[in-house]
Each structure stands twice: as C-alpha cells, then as structure tokens.
Write a protein that binds this ligand. Structure first.
Ligand code: ACO
Length: 321
C-alpha cells in the first residue's frame, strides 16, 4: 500500500500584522470591539501592492521543501490552490515551478475551490501519489485576498488576509493520509462570490468579493461538522482517536460552533484566525505549519484538516502526521 505522507510543511505571511485599529485608522467604518466580538479576528497580514500569490507561494514552498529534507528538483507534482492567481494564465503553479528552478518537466497546475482549495488540492495530490506515478508533491495554498476586497464594504473587508502555506507530500509505506472527502453544491454559489470577469480588456460585472455572511455561517457550520465525521469513518478510526482538528480559519464563532456540534472529543482545535484573518486556501496549511513548528502536532498523531469556500465547495482530510 502506498501512502501519501507529510514530509515537510512551510508557511509565509507578508509584512507586518495589520490590527483592527489600523483598519479604523485607514478610514474603515468599524471598530476593534465589533470585529473581535463577531469574528475573533484581531489582526491580518496584507501584502504590498507588488507582491503576488506566486511570491508568497515560493516563500512557503522553500520552507516546506527544506523541512522535507529534499531538493526542489525532487518535486514531481505541484498543485497551487488559489483564487487570487498572478494572472489569468499562465497558472500560478507554473510560475512557482520556475521560481523554484524546477526543470524536470513534472506537472504543475492551479486548483480553484476558494477556501476549500487546500482540502481539494491535498486530496488530489494524494490520488496522484497512491496511483504510483508521483513520488513527491508540493501542495500549496496561496492568496492575496486583499486584491479582491471592496474596502468600502465593512461587512467583508475586515475578515480576510494574505499569506501562503505549503506541504510536501511523499510516497511512503508508513501511514500518511488515511482518508479524504471532497464535496460541492453549486446551488449555493450566489451567497459567496466574486461575480466579475475581464472581457475584451474591460472588467465585466463586479470584481469584488460579495457575501451573505449569515447564510454562509449556517451552511458552513453544518457541512464542516458532517465532513469532520465523514473522514474518520472512511479512515476506520473514531473521532476520539483524532488528536487535532484544523478547521477553515474563517471566523472563531464558526470554529466554536463546529466544535460544539462535534462534541468534547474535538476540543483540540488549531486556530490562527485571530492573528491571520481568513487567508482562504492558505489558511489550513498556515495553521498546520504553525502547529507543527511549535510542537503541538507530533509525528504519529492524527489530524483532520477541513475547508469550505465559495461554490459551495468543501472537504476534509484525515492524516497521520
Ligand atoms: N464593523 C462594524 N459594524 C459592522 C461591520 C463592521 N466591520 N460589518 C457589518 N456591520 C454592521 C452591519 O452594518 C449591521 O448593522 P445594522 O444592524 O445597523 O444593519 C450589523 O453590523 C450586523 O450585520 P450582520 O451582517 O448581520 O452581522 P453578523 O452578525 O451576521 O456578522 C459576519 C457578520 C461576521 C460576516 C458573520 O455573518 C459571519 O461570520 N459569517 C460567516 C462568513 C464567513 O466567515 N465567511 C468567510 C468566507 S467563507 C469561508 O471561509 C467559510
């Protein structure tokens, strides 16, 4: 049996933290009190105007490759989950491949599932490894969400941040990913979307993130609890045997409500949203890397990663670290 095992993790946050009070100072009609009470967010990182997703992805990837103890050219698959690519094309994954100096001709592609992007990407990479054709996959979530925020819409602009996280998955006889589940229900796409595009050199429609926050909240809590129960079942372990849950880092209240549905066995939750805001596809690997590097997640422990985003798309992975 070939497993896909996490060999190394890395992450990167651009610049300095931007606090809620900094947003108020920039003229946004909000307050630290409102943001903390409704979301738990205290600060986020915002990339400088010339910094792109592929640059953030590069910094996170270098750290993950170093932690995995391999060289860039040992990577034979790159998947970048992003909704804020550098360009319409080429893909951010091929830009990353070039920045890393990888010239071995291995595949590189982007995956678009918004905040569920990393859950989709790690599940996809696992299938490449299990099928025997891929030895080492670099799976990245990278976002500059600040570029698609309407800074006049206080209901959304305070929620998100920029960053990247990366994982090197390698083929192994020892257990790694034990189960994955990914889902989508396109009927819900109007409640969270960026309903615009570039056509004939012009922006058509609305190029900013729009969200019905309460509808997203209700939907997210239900399916995140369902999928966090589904993957242990698929992996043949009980929820009690899971050491850590890394939920999507969207809102402390969503994390708490999901934890409550799962019961006291899931009190070991890794949360970074208060310091990072919601970095969409980057949020899960950012949280994973932080908890690996600070020693909370130990080799042999079982971890559930889960994500949900526009579409709606959602998914989870159970892995033995
Ligand atoms: N500062 C101050 N007041 C604000 C702000 C703000 N930043 N934003 C909205 N308000 C005001 C509104 O104008 C409204 O005022 P009114 O009552 O006078 O009309 C009031 O606060 C309540 O607004 P609601 O939108 O009803 O607030 P709610 O309690 O629903 O909280 C929030 C909004 C935080 C967005 C919440 O709905 C939520 O967390 N939803 C989940 C969405 C989410 O996390 N999405 C992330 C992307 S998807 C994912 O990753 C899952």
């Amino acid at each position: 049996m070939i497993y896909a095992r996490v060999a190394g993790t890395g992450s990167y946050l651009p610049g300095n933290p931007v606090t809620n009070d900094d947003l108020v100072a920039r003229g946004i009609d909000t307050s630290d009190e409102w943001i903390v009470e409704r979301t738990g967010i205290r600060s986020r990182y915002l990339a400088a105007p010339d910094v792109t997703s592929s640059q953030l992805a590069y910094e996170a990837s270098v750290r993950a490759i170093e932690a995995a103890g391999c060289r860039p050219d040992d990577i034979d698959l790159i998947i970048v989950a992003t909704s804020t690519p550098d360009f319409i094309f080429p893909s951010t994954a091929t830009l990353l491949q070039a920045r890393l100096g990888i010239t071995n001709g291995s595949p590189a592609f982007d995956l678009q599932a918004v905040c569920a992007g990393f859950a989709y990407a790690i599940s996809t990479a696992e299938k490449f490894i299990r099928s025997g054709g891929t030895r080492r996959a670099l799976v990245v979530g990278a976002e500059v969400f600040s570029r698609i925020l309407d800074w006049n819409d206080r209901g959304t602009c305070v929620l998100f941040g920029d960053g990247a996280g990366a994982v090197v998955l390698e083929a192994s006889d020892a257990p790694g990913i034990l189960a994955s589940a990914i889902h989508a229900d396109g009927r819900h796409n109007p409640i969270l979307c960026v309903p615009g595009q570039v056509s004939r050199g012009e922006v058509i429609g609305d190029p900013f993130l729009r969200m019905d926050g309460q509808a997203v909240f209700k939907f997210a809590v239900k399916v995140l609890a369902d999928v966090a129960r589904e993957v242990p079942e698929l992996g043949g372990v009980s929820l009690d045997q899971v050491d850590w849950l890394i939920p999507p880092q969207a809102n402390t209240r969503i994390i708490q409500a999901t934890g409550k549905r799962l019961g006291p066995s899931m009190d070991k939750v890794i949360a970074t949203v208060s310091r990072h805001g919601n970095t969409s596809a980057a949020s899960i690997p950012l949280a994973l890397d932080e908890a690996v590097r600070d020693g909370r997640i130990q080799r042999g422990q079982k971890v559930i990663l889960e994500g949900i985003g526009g579409g709606f798309a959602w998914g989870a992975t159970l892995l033995q670290f």
